[in-house]
Write a protein that binds this ligand. Structure first.
Ligand SMILES: [Zn+2]
Length: 449
């Protein structure tokens, strides 16, 4: 297999506490060497971008790929194409497909179809995500389920949730909780507050999320299980996770870029792409999310990439399904709202999208240590990206960020040593061979930005 030398760029690898200008050599699909002035032989492709950063391929722990069942919205193929366009080389796929991923054969189906990026299936906690009978967790784990979640809804029955936590703990897997009490959500479609009063849309109180976060933390603590809270969106939830961690409970948490870059005021336009579960919150909640990311209470930034067709979203706000696409804007939104604003260092931001979600999932990924898989993203943190509908590689286009300009442009994404995305040249679909030919004459590739 061809070697690749990433030369003379700023290498940020939080897993090994590295932030320095060094070379990175990829060979045989793994990180072969790192250091200063690594010598390249004739066969080595050289990648060099002035001003760029080399980081581990991003790990997105919350993605909806829609296959099986809604291949008009996204497939594993199109979803991984979108992933690598966003610099993501490892993703965890939620089980709320049609049918639900609650059998070993469906887990195997999802796991084996990731070609451009590594796809880790998350299996359902309960059969059909109905919240009643536990799915066969041990067999699902055996087939490759990385974690369990009924994402899309909470497991309303506390006893079912408690037993799920106990079983998952025995087989050393994490339960990922979507925390929204169905009774408190009711017919609500947006955050309860001034904005909902003004808009006349049915409100969802912060307590709908916080009561479930509190319950699940108590249950996990009482049985000694590992719990991960998905898409934390309120000040109260951040505070509950902060206290649980201080109490030594094995809880981790994620938030999504839309919970630190948008507020419930953005729903004012009745743009259905701003309808998400949990809903966009108040400016005060956004401040608390940022603080939670800054002080380490929140472990990961995940996209909650949720593709929906145009037809489904072109309806009244309350009739639209919740969710927005997010993998391709994960990095630029985080750089623009958390790094450019001085809240996080670039290294801390990268940790939230690489090694920290990998640890929360209990997988080996998100590191550039020698011997690790050659999953790498090269990006320019200062280069601007104009978000247009055409720019997205996802099959769906439901994003409230269309029309905005963000910082942080992905230049190259490498998965298992192969270039799977390359700026301007489109996607080299897992080979990088064309590119090798072009670069062969000079043994060098320098693309200015
Ligand atoms: Zn969810």
């Amino acid at each position: 297999m061809r070697k690749t030398l990433l030369r003379g760029m700023r290498l940020i690898d939080p897993a090994t506490a590295t932030d320095e200008r060094i070379d990175l050599l990829l060979a045989d699909g793994v990180i072969a060497a790192r250091g200063v002035d690594i010598v390249a032989d004739q066969e080595t492709r050289i990648v060099e971008f002035p001003g760029a950063v080399v980081a581990p391929g991003l790990v997105d722990m919350h993605v909806h790929l829609r296959e099986p069942g809604r291949e008009d919205e996204e497939t594993i193929e199109s979803g991984t194409l979108a992933a690598v366009h966003g610099g993501i080389t490892t993703l965890a796929a939620m089980p709320n497909t049609e049918p639900t991923i609650d059998t070993p054969s469906w887990v195997e189906y999802v796991r084996s179809r990731g070609r451009l990026a590594r796809v880790h299936p998350i299996a359902a906690i309960t059969v059909g995500r109905e919240g009643k009978a536990l799915a066969p967790l041990a067999e699902l784990a055996q087939a490759g389920a990385v974690a369990f979640s009924d994402d899309g809804c909470s497991v309303a029955d506390a006893n079912v949730m408690r037993r799920a936590l106990q079983y998952a703990s025995m087989i050393e897997r994490t339960i990922i909780a979507h925390c929204e009490d169905p009774a408190l959500v009711g017919a609500g479609v947006m955050n309860e507050g001034l904005a909902s009063t003004r808009s006349g849309l049915s409100p969802i109180p912060a307590a709908a999320e916080e009561t479930m976060v509190a319950r699940d933390i108590l249950l996990a603590g009482s049985v000694g299980a590992r719990l991960h809270i998905a898409h934390v969106s309120t000040r109260g939830s951040v505070e509950l996770v902060r206290r649980a961690k201080a109490d030594g409970i094995a809880v981790t948490a994620e938030t999504c870029p839309h919970y630190f870059s948008l507020t419930d005021d953005d729903v004012r336009s009745y743009d259905t792409s701003t309808r998400v579960n949990p809903p966009l919150r108040s400016a005060d909640d956004v401040e608390a999310i940022k603080e939670g990311l800054r002080d380490g209470t929140i472990d990961a930034v995940a996209s909650d990439h949720a593709p929906h067709s145009l037809e489904e979203k072109q309806v009244e706000f309350d009739a639209a399904p919740p969710g927005m696409i997010g993998m391709e804007v994960l990095l630029p939104l985080t750089i623009t709202h958390m790094v450019d604003t001085g809240i996080l260092s670039l290294g801390k931001a990268i940790a939230l999208m690489t090694v920290q979600p990998a640890r929360a999932l209990g997988i080996t990924a998100g590191t550039l240590e020698t011997g690790a898989a050659a999953d790498v993203v090269v990006f320019d943190p200062r280069a601007k990206v104009e978000i247009t509908s055409d720019w997205f590689r996802s099959l769906s286009k439901n994003s409230p960020f269309i029309g905005s300009t963000l910082s942080g442009r992905v230049l190259i994404t490498i998965h298992d040593g192969q270039i799977v995305f390359e700026e301007d040249l489109g996607t080299a679909q897992g080979s990088g061979e064309d590119h090798g030919k072009r670069a062969a004459e000079s043994n060098e590739l320098v693309v200015g930005v």
